[in-house]
Design a protein around this ligand. Structure first.
Ligand SMILES: O=C(O)Cc1cc(O)ccc1O
Ligand SMILES: [Fe+2]
Length: 455
């Protein structure tokens, strides 16, 4: 019943083939799939009549006129068109969901570097939607730039409740437990070490298949995530296109009172519908959800000396329009060998024009051996200095530089050009580590002008 792959926490990927049952392989491909054979019109999108009495509908993820390379749309052949799913919307309580721009006085948290311990999963029933809590927001959702970082705390499945987000696409990073996303396009299962991406506007519901579950969610208000250019690295390594998996068509023919929730312009709305909106029998196109196993990422790094910029670990990037300046980079810090000679191997101390939200899926992060826990998160905002804590500095400065494998570790970063603002919720939780900045307090003055080898 539970076809979910077990989370793997160490070693090379065990998947032998990109052809996982239920999925199609490739990034941004033009796919076609039908749950009922003979549904898809051949050689055209919108014939006078669709086979089996279905309706045709286009879902556009880019303007109609976007250049071919970034033009995204799919054709859905469904039991009822989506207009039939959306009567009059009622505004409902949005719980802990926040959207940029937030008021400057959203919280009185002062300027600083911040870190949070893992927030425990609630005891009561929370679905992916009611358990969504926003931590930071950046930019302006209606202007389609910036992002929000959320935590999803899931203790219950959505049943006759469905959701779509008009404000951005959702990049879901599983951290604990396993989730099943039933979408208009088919079914995606993820466990820790895997991510899934639900495009803006796609209707879905989330079921718990191994719970309770905790996930990080990056809501991308800007251009859709794509693979970064590899430059001189060439055609291979990093995230390879074939490892991205898009579900085959699957539909529900369910005539039951249901609710469709919509986040639009930062507010939450609901409408009552008489059937499941996941009624797409077949679809084709290049605008569709996908999943990716982060352990298939092939890291490239320093083979001789120095610590490269973390951009070499970019899995997906949301371009901003300014070359090289991402709206968001989704970056991971996976298992890898450290071999650089005469090198301070962890991240250097730095100040960055981008703002860095980090999370830890499992294991220990080399710059922060203490206090950065799986399920926790940190925020090093635009131009705020950060780097290894005292313990990591001591260890990296004095340790023997033999080849070392960083094992059983998976951290990630949502790095955005836009400053991130902390929500009142995140500012108020007891997991906010009041003493975080003290991790650098013991970094002492070492200068001795009389001794070049003061170490
Ligand atoms: O701050 C961090 O820990 C993330 C990070 C890692 C790295 O290897 C280089 C720069 C950077 O911001
Ligand atoms: Fe950093």
């Amino acid at each position: 019943m539970n076809s979910l792959p077990q989370p793997r926490i160490t070693g090379a990927p065990v998947r032998q083939s990109a052809l996982v049952p239920g999925y199609m392989s490739g990034f941004g491909n033009s796919f076609e799939t039908e749950a009922l054979e003979g549904t898809l019109p051949i050689g055209r999108n919108s014939p006078q009549k669709i086979n089996f009495g279905l309706y045709a509908e286009q879902l556009s993820g880019s303007p109609f006129t976007a250049p071919q390379a970034v033009n995204e749309r799919s054709w859905l052949y469904r039991i009822r068109p989506t207009v039939k799913h959306s009567g009059r919307y009622r505004r409902v309580d949005k719980g802990l969901i926040r959207t940029a721009p937030m008021a400057r006085d959203e919280s009185d948290l002062t300027l600083g570097q911040y870190r949070w311990s893992a927030i425990p999963l609630p005891q009561d029933k929370r679905t992916f939607l009611t358990g969504l809590a926003t931590l930071t927001t950046a930019g302006d959702a209606e202007g389609q730039s910036g992002m929000a970082a959320h935590m999803a705390f899931v203790t219950a499945s959505m049943e006759n409740e469905y959701f779509f987000n008009a404000d951005g696409e959702l990049l879901v990073v599983a951290q604990q437990g396993a989730l099943r996303f039933r979408t208009e396009f088919g079914v995606i299962d993820i466990a820790p070490g895997e991510i899934c991406l639900i495009p803006r506007g796609v209707i879905f519901k989330v079921e718990l298949i191994d719970g309770p579950a905790r996930a990080y969610v990056c809501e991308n208000y800007g251009a859709t995530f794509t693979l970064p250019d590899r430059g001189p690295i060439g055609a291979n390594c990093l995230a390879n296109p074939r490892d991205f998996l898009t579900p085959i068509a699957a539909y529900e023919d369910r005539e039951e009172p249901s609710q469709l929730f919509v986040k639009w312009g930062g507010e939450l709305f609901v409408t009552d519908i008489g059937q499941s909106p996941l009624d797409v029998v077949a679809w084709h196109g290049n605008y569709a959800p996908y999943k990716y196993d982060l352990t298939t990422f092939s890291p490239v790094g320093a083979l001789m000396f120095d610590h490269p910029d973390p951009s070499i670990f970019t899995v997906l990037t949301s371009p901003s329009g300014t070359p090289g300046t991402a709206n968001i980079d989704f970056v991971i810090f996976p298992e890898r060998w450290m071999v650089a000679e005469n090198t301070f191997r962890p991240p250097w101390y730095h100040r960055n024009i981008m703002s860095e939200f980090m999370g830890l899926i499992y294991g220990v992060y080399d710059a922060k051996p203490e206090g950065f826990e799986p399920g926790g998160f940190s925020l090093h905002n635009l131009m705020l200095p950060h780097g290894p804590d005292e313990q990591a500095f001591e260890h990296a400065s004095t340790g023997e530089l033999k080849p070392v494998k960083l094992e059983n570790t998976l951290a990630f970063m949502f790095e955005t050009r836009v400053a991130q603002r902390v929500t009142a919720y995140a500012a108020g939780v007891p997991q906010l580590q009041a003493d975080y900045v003290d991790c650098w307090a013991g970094l002492k003055k070492r200068l001795d002008p009389t001794r070049k080898d003061a170490w």
